[in-house]
Design a protein around this ligand. Sequence first.
Ligand SMILES: C[S@@+](CC[C@H](N)C(=O)[O-])C[C@H]1O[C@@H](n2cnc3c(N)ncnc32)[C@H](O)[C@@H]1O
Length: 382
Amino acid sequence: MELPRPSADESEVSRRLSVRIQGEIAQTGPIPFARFMELGLYAPGLGYYAGGKAKFGAAGDFITAPEAYPLFGRCLARTAAEALAGAGAADILEAGAGSGKLAAVLLNELAALGSLPSRYYILELSASLRERQATTLKRQAPLHADRVHWLDRLPAPGFRGLVLANEVLDALPVERFHVAADGVRRLQVTWREDRFDWSDTPAPAAMRERVAPLQLPPGYTSEVGFAAEAWVRSVGERLAAGAILLIDYGFPRAEYYHPDRAGGTLMCHYRHRAHADPLILVGLQDITAHVDFSALAAAGAESGLELLGYTSQAAFLLASGLEALARESDPNHVRAHLALTEQIKKLTLPHEMGELYKVIAFGRGIREPLKAFALQDRRARL
Ligand SMILES: C[S@@+](CC[C@H](N)C(=O)[O-])C[C@H]1O[C@@H](n2cnc3c(N)ncnc32)[C@H](O)[C@@H]1O
């Protein structure tokens, strides 16, 4: 596929990051793919999420549900209100809040529902995104912006409330492996003939133990999201009471490592083109992998969390009041009505975001089941 050419400024940032990664390879030898992805996305000042690129929306590289479709946040607000009430807790923590649009919609909707959190924390690693979030909140939720506080790491244990993350876990570094005739190999990145290239090494024990039971055929390449699992464990350890709601694209383990997915799930996004080569456009493109929801469920259990629900985004939104919100729209206001219908289609149709995107919820001390999982409970598939 023909990819758009980066501007001169972009090329310069990419060159500097490339030199930084080459330096690390020169010192240590080939680096694990997870380290390459970490630097590509988060190297201070140079990585994709650490720099000032637009990223989300029409001028960026991809769109996400809360960026494009406010109905998503309005539905989520109903589940947020329920989870906060269920835990007798007051705060929300959103990880990786993008442009801040979800935070704005949630705060406005929670105010309308009479369930405003005392504080809305945003855990954001990128300084440029923090600025963008503050601007969005001042413009789109001016009455509630003073409740928002930024964190640069997870809070200390004892947090009571709701932790939310939309499309964050897919952006955490993944390890890649390859099944060779003589066993599982860990994929690494090296510098060869003026470009980054793949190399491999025998897989470490944790990777072998994860991959061996899957009984994958030689030639199979895929990912393991150890960092996403560790993230769920860390959040679980910090949650004293409340819920964790994670929305992302992915599958239960049996589907994740399906024979049809023999090349893995890695995807790169650059100016709305999707392709599968993470070794080019270093620092300029988003790199993501799908989420193994069975692994997240196991990580949650390890930190003593209860699995409250797992379902598709479509079933989650429909059970969170999507239809009722749609009925509020007046068909006589043709343009607004059509725009709303379009949002519903994008969010729920199986070939759009409805089926690939899943929602998983964990809880501690939540007494009542969350209504959002009443329509379809897929926990048994994990
Ligand atoms: C694909 S974007 C999604 C943004 C937003 N949630 C949305 O749905 O539009 C991924 C976000 O995750 C953030 N992120 C990555 N690692 C993180 C971590 N360890 N803690 C918090 N946020 C993180 C990135 O900075 C980025 O804002």
